[in-house]
Every structure is written in C-alpha cells, then in structure tokens.
Write a protein that binds this ligand. Structure first.
Ligand code: M6R
Length: 614
C-alpha cells in the first residue's frame, strides 16, 4: 500500500527521500512523488511508474530544500497517473500533503469546496484533504494557523489516514497525524523522519515513536511536540529503540527478496522457536500470553481471524488447536468477520494473525471482538505494529523483516507459533508428555529439514521448466494439508499470474475434476500419514484423466513413482510439522515458475505488501 517518507534536518533531503521511497517499494505502488520546501519556495515532482523514473526526472530537473515529503501511491481513487500521484498541492500551491488511507466522506467535502470555487486537479480523495486545509487556513476567519487548520480539517474527515504536510508560510516545519494508517516518527540528532514503517528511518536513527490513532506531531527546526488531533493537550510518548539491521532489509546476493526469505527459513523458524520449547516437560513457554492462560483454558470458543496467507496459517492452527486442546476453533476472513453477527462474548478468544500487524480488516475484527468482551491475542511479525499494540497479549513470530510481497518465512513462523500454542494449551488440558515430546523433537530438527529441502531446488526448477506455460494449476491436499494446498495456489497466483486453485483432494470429484486434461498440472500434497491411501486414490483419478501429476511427499514409494510425473520428497517429520516442509517446496515452485515466466517477483502487479485500507 502507499508509503510515506518525510525528512527535516541538516542534510539534503532529496537523496534521503529517494532512498526512503526505494525502501518502501516493497509495499506495492504505481506512482511516486516528492515535494520540497526551500525557505518559502515549495516545489514538487510526481510521476506514474517506478521510483527510478521519479529519481531520473529529479536529477534533470533539480529541486532542493531543507525539508521534504515523499510518497509511493497505490491507487484507490483515480487511475495511476502523474496527476493523481502524491504529494498533492492546494489551490495556492503553498501547501503540500502526502496521505495514506482513504477519506470516506471526500465526495461531500469536495462538492462543498467546488461550490466555493475550488478547482480540483486530481481524482483523489487525498487532494480533498489538502484543499480543505487550505480553505480553513486561507479563507477562514484568520484565527487558525497552519497547524490548527490541519487539525480542524482532520476533525471534518471520516476515514483512515496517515499524513504529513508542509506549508511555504512556515519554512522548516512538518506536521503529521495518524488515524488508522501506520506512521512511525524517527527522532534523530537534529533530524526527524516520518515513515509508514521503520525501513526508511533506520539509517538515520534507531529512536522512534510509534504514533497512535488521533495523534498529531509538529516539527519546527529541531523541536517537536505531540498532541491530540482534537485538542491542544500535549501527549507524552516514549522513544522505542528499533532492533533492525540494514542487512535484514536488503536482499544481498539474492536476485529477489522472495528467494532470500525462502532461504532465511533455515534460521527464521528456529528463531521463532528459540527459548520457547521445554523438551523435559513436553511443552512450550510463551511468555506473552502467560497471564491469560486461565482465560484461554476456560474459553468456550476460539476465533482465528486473518487475511490471505495468514488466514491459511490460521486454518492449520485450527487443526492443531482442535487436535491438542479440544476446543472449537472457527477460522474467519477478517473482512467478513468484522461485518457479520458472530457470537462473541467474554468466553471467546480471538486470535488475530498478521505478518505486518497493520492489515485494516484484521484490525477492525480485533476492535469488534474487544468491544464484545473477547480476549484478543495477536500473532504478529512486526514489533511495534498496530495489531501487536491493540491486542490484549500476543506471541511474536521472529521471522525478521519480510520484504517480498509474497509471504514465505512469515507463514512458516506463524505455523510454528500455532504449533507451540496448541501444544501449550494441549499439555495443560491433558495431552500426554509423550505426545508433547514427540512434537517438540520434530520441531527441533526443523533447520536440518529446511536445509535439505533447499538442496532439492534443482528438481523443483525442472518441474517449473516443464510446466510454466500452463494456464491453470490445481493444488490438492487433505486434512491439515488442505490449507497448504490453498497457500500453494495463492503463492502461484500472486507472483506468476497463473490461475491456481486449492481444493480438498476428495472434493475434486464434485467439480474441479472437469478441468483436468493433459495440460493441467495437479500438485498433490501427500504425506504418508493416515490420509495417504485416500489421496492415492485421488491421484489415480487425475492420472486416469491425463493430468500432469506433481506429488509432494515425505516418503516416495512405487505407487507414487509410477503415478506421478514428478515426486518432490521432503524429510520425514511429524504430521503437524510436515505442512512447514511442504509449504517451503510450494514457495520454491511458485518462485521458479514466476522466474520462468519473467515476472516481477518482488513487486507483483496490483499487490501491496500490507493492506492498510479496507
Ligand atoms: O500482513 P498480513 O499478514 O496481515 O497480510 C495478510 C495478507 O495481505 C497477506 O498474507 C497476503 O495475502 C500476502 N501477499 C500473501 O503472500
């Protein structure tokens, strides 16, 4: 989604802002722009396309200043073009603003402003906000200074925003505010940055303030103050130190972030497990939720809510929690859950899963559940993210920053946390020491499994080379491997644009079997567990119709070899750890297929890394 970066300080803002925009590219965008304030001269450049195109334009069209705001736009209102790109300027050309989020009542405000003679240049909701600020500042009764005009405008808008604005009447000043769209404030030595996430900030300072909804910041030269949008009252905030290295947010020797992050799984899963397993007691130690164990144990139902890949992790979590903890678990798309009349009460636990911790629908589902009295737990990857702060308690996945749009290491870390959570509740509810130890022993081998899987990349490349021209792909699995099928299909769609479906293998006969012909690759996730003989029959059914069979298993046998065109074998492991192994194979398969098709893997079309609007 859109990205904001802004700088005020002693250095030249242009290279800082351009680099910041590059760091935000992973969020997904279609245009970019920058505005600078040089004394009382405001200038801006905006461009549809990549940040590199913006940067080329700036070097041939020198603009300079002492502070500046910049933006990557992911279109919501209005097509991606130069005019709709941010920053947006008001009618006087003296105020510039960058905005993330959606102004829901933009149409009504726009009509009022138009009736007063304001002419809009763009089709965006964001321009409405800057024009409203301008109207209040220049055409009000003169009582409002720039800062108060921004506050007054924000009090009139409905929706979500993270904004940074500046005005040529107030040199060397930036104002920023947040309501529902993340904004991090970096506090350096005589220099300050605002950004949608910490990645553009860490080269300058590790001290940040995570702004909360309703907060407003003004930076004037080397001074800043934080207040509430609706009042003059000063808010005291504490500085947080960010624990993030530059190496973690760069792709190093890898051609794509996605491939780097697939390889990171050699350590990201064990980083997530570190210090949390107790083999002797056959259980896990999850400090973040300790205080809430009694409520979790007495809960009558658990909802897991999430979007996309995190939702798939939730489906795996349902299998695990119901198996070990014997409590009903309902897995809900956050976008649906937030609007439906679900049964939520004080005996309900809501587990929200989110890599970014900023997904708007997931956040709304949390708010709704809290209001209805549920205990809310977060499983998040980004420390300091809104979801990690809004939930009552939680468990961090320690996967490290995930930059590739297609989620990989965050997914396996989420599944890892869910295994530990199921184990923790299960052991408290009477699961035997033997079963607890059995699961932990398999988890402890996870690094070796991943290393082994990565050694098999060439075989996966062969599959990709023979099937990349396919228009459709089908993924089939049973039980806990059905969500793995869904995840494999999502990964493929996202980055290769091949249409793919995930289905429970036995459901194939109820419809999708009609699609199968000699051009249809069908991926079976077929471990040798209690579902094996059943899935073998499903493989026979596809074979009989000429489909291309790709089987992922933990033990090859004659039947599989003779039926399958390709067999990809993962190390033997526990039934509930196998989804981690097989998902990594599917991540590599999607990656290699996208490489064969020449796709833009880290920035797939239309996608945003974290979906911060509804
Ligand atoms: O940050 P979140 O985990 O809340 O994001 C949820 C989805 O937007 C995300 O998983 C999306 O589906 C990914 N692009 C999948 O690879």
């Amino acid at each position: 989604m859109c990205g904001i970066v802004s700088y005020i300080g002693d250095q030249d803002p242009v290279p800082i802002l351009i680099k910041g925009l590059r760091r935000l590219e992973y969020r997904g965008y279609d245009s970019a722009g920058i505005a600078l304030l040089d004394g009382s001269i405001l200038s801006s450049v905006k461009k549809a396309g990549k940040v590199s195109e913006l940067s080329d334009q700036i070097s041939s069209n020198t603009i300079k200043g002492s502070c500046g705001i910049a933006h990557t736009r992911w279109a919501t209102h209005g097509i991606p073009n130069d005019v709709n790109a941010h920053p947006h300027l008001d009618k006087t050309g003296k105020i510039a603003l960058v905005h993330n989020g959606i102004i829901e009542n933009y149409d009504a405000i726009k009509k009022t402003l138009e009736s007063r003679g304001v002419i809009f240049k763009s089709e965006t909701d964001s321009e409405v906000l800057v024009q409203l600020i301008s109207e209040l500042y220049y055409n009000g009764d003169g009582k409002l200074d720039f800062k108060d005009s921004v506050k007054a405008a924000l009090q009139e808008v409905v929706g979500a925003y993270g904004i940074v604005a500046m005005c040529s009447d107030e040199p060397n000043t930036l104002v920023a505010a947040r309501m529902g769209s993340p904004l991090v404030f970096g506090v350096g030595d005589n220099e300050f940055l605002f950004a949608s996430d910490a990645s553009p900030i860490i080269e300058f300072t590790r001290n940040v303030i995570y702004l909360d909804d309703g907060e407003f910041v003004i930076v004037k030269g080397s001074e800043y103050s934080i207040s509430n949008i609706n009042s003059k009252e000063i808010v005291t905030k504490t500085l947080t130190k960010i624990d993030l290295t530059i190496e973690e947010i760069e792709k190093g020797e890898f051609p794509h972030f996605m491939l780097k992050e697939i390889h990171d799984q050699k350590h990201s899963i064990s980083d997530t497990l570190r210090g949390r397993l107790n083999l002797d007691d056959g259980t896990s130690m999850l400090g973040g939720i300790n205080d809430h164990i009694p409520s979790i144990l007495s809960a009558s139902r658990i909802y897991i809510t999430a979007c996309g890949t995190s939702w798939h992790a939730g489906l795996i979590g349902k299998h695990l929690i119901e198996e070990y903890a014997r409590v009903p678990v309902h897995v809900e798309y956050a976008s649906e859950f937030r609007y439906r009349n679900a049964i939520i009460d004080a005996n309900t636990i809501l587990i929200a899963i989110s890599q970014s911790g900023e997904t708007a629908d997931t956040l709304a589902a949390i708010k709704k559940s809290k209001e209805a009295g549920a205990l809310t737990l977060g499983i998040c990857n980004v420390v300091g993210s809104t979801i990690s702060r809004e939930t009552d308690a939680g468990i961090f996945t320690h996967a490290g920053p995930e930059i590739g749009v297609a989620s990989t290491k965050a997914f396996t870390a989420q599944v890892t946390v869910l295994i530990m959570l199921a184990l923790k509740i299960g052991r408290k509810k009477g699961v035997s020491l033997y079963r607890g130890k059995d699961l932990i022993k398999s988890l402890k081998n996870i690094d070796l499994n991943v290393t082994d899987i990565l050694k098999g990349i060439n075989k996966i490349k062969e599959v990709a080379k023979s099937t990349f021209k396919a228009n459709n792909y089908l993924y089939l699995g049973r039980g806990v491997n059905f969500p793995v099928a869904l995840e494999g299909a999502l990964k493929l769609k996202e980055i290769s644009y091949i249409h793919a479906e995930g289905y429970p293998a036995a459901e194939m006969k109820h419809g999708p079997i009609a699609l199968i012909d000699k051009d249809m690759p069908v991926v079976f996730i077929a471990p040798q567990d209690d579902t094996f003989t059943k899935i073998l029959s499903n493989i026979e059914e596809v074979k009989a119709r000429g489909g291309i069979i790709i089987t992922i298993t933990d033990k090859e046998n004659d039947a599989l070899s003779s039926l399958s065109d390709f067999v990809l074998v993962t190390p033997k492991t526990h039934k509930y750890v196998f989804p981690i192994n097989s998902s990594i194979i599917l991540q590599i398969l999607a990656y290699e297929l996208a490489v064969c098709r020449g796709c833009d893997i880290d920035q797939p079309r239309n996608l945003a890394k974290s979906v911060t609007v509804e």
